[in-house]
Write a protein of this length. Structure first.
Length: 200
């Protein structure tokens, strides 16, 4: 939701950074790889209790992930870039959850449930993206939802900051948001499909 609503606000900054990287002869895929590396380092810093450095790296990774998409649209989007982008996003997010499970094994079960809810949400998101007609700027149909990447980063940040005391409850809240977002996204898709069939 925040990704979609906040796009007009942050887009000028993304455009500036994208144009700068293009002038430096960096490709969108290279920036995607840099974002992945920084995101993995975020997990490392959090694991060794350098929490604020880790969170800074996490958000920097997320920002570069937005920049690489802008770069791709300004140059030449590629199918490989799309696959790498979506895959690397999940590696970064999964790395944070994995590190929390390693640091606080007493909460491993609910963190595993969170992983499952994200898997379910991404399966639905990508399936809708594959079967629905694409009319947007992205390389596949982007089904907006209650929880998009920014919401995920906010919730991961809260989980890290308040671990281990409130880790169970913050993770449970994340799960509820993921499930609700999945249900709403599917409901919206089913409604669009029904209206399309009624018009034909």
């Amino acid at each position: 939701m925040l990704d979609t609503k906040g796009q007009p606000v942050i887009q000028p900054l993304l455009d500036t950074m994208a144009e700068t990287f293009i002038k430096w002869h960096l490709s969108a895929n290279v920036v995607t790889g840099i974002a992945l590396t920084i995101g993995i380092l975020a997990s490392v810093w959090i694991y060794v209790d350098m929490i604020w450095l880790g969170l800074s790296f996490l958000w920097l990774s997320g920002f570069l992930d937005a920049v690489d998409g802008t770069m791709a649209r300004k140059t030449k989007p590629s199918a490989v870039g799309t696959v790498l982008d979506v895959t690397f996003d999940r590696i970064v997010e999964g790395g944070i959850i994995l590190v929390l499970a390693m640091k606080y094994p007493e909460h491993a079960v609910i963190l595993l449930v969170l992983m499952f809810s994200i898997l379910l949400a991404m399966t639905l998101f990508l399936t809708i993206g594959n079967v629905a007609p694409n009319s947007g700027k992205k390389s596949f149909h982007y089904a907006t939802g209650l929880a998009e990447r920014t919401e995920g980063f906010i919730l991961l940040t809260i989980m890290v900051i308040f671990a281990p005391t409130w880790l169970f409850w913050t993770t449970l809240f994340f799960i509820i948001i993921e499930v609700l977002s999945t249900v709403l996204r599917f409901t919206a898709f089913a409604k669009e499909e029904r209206e399309t069939h009624e018009r034909t």
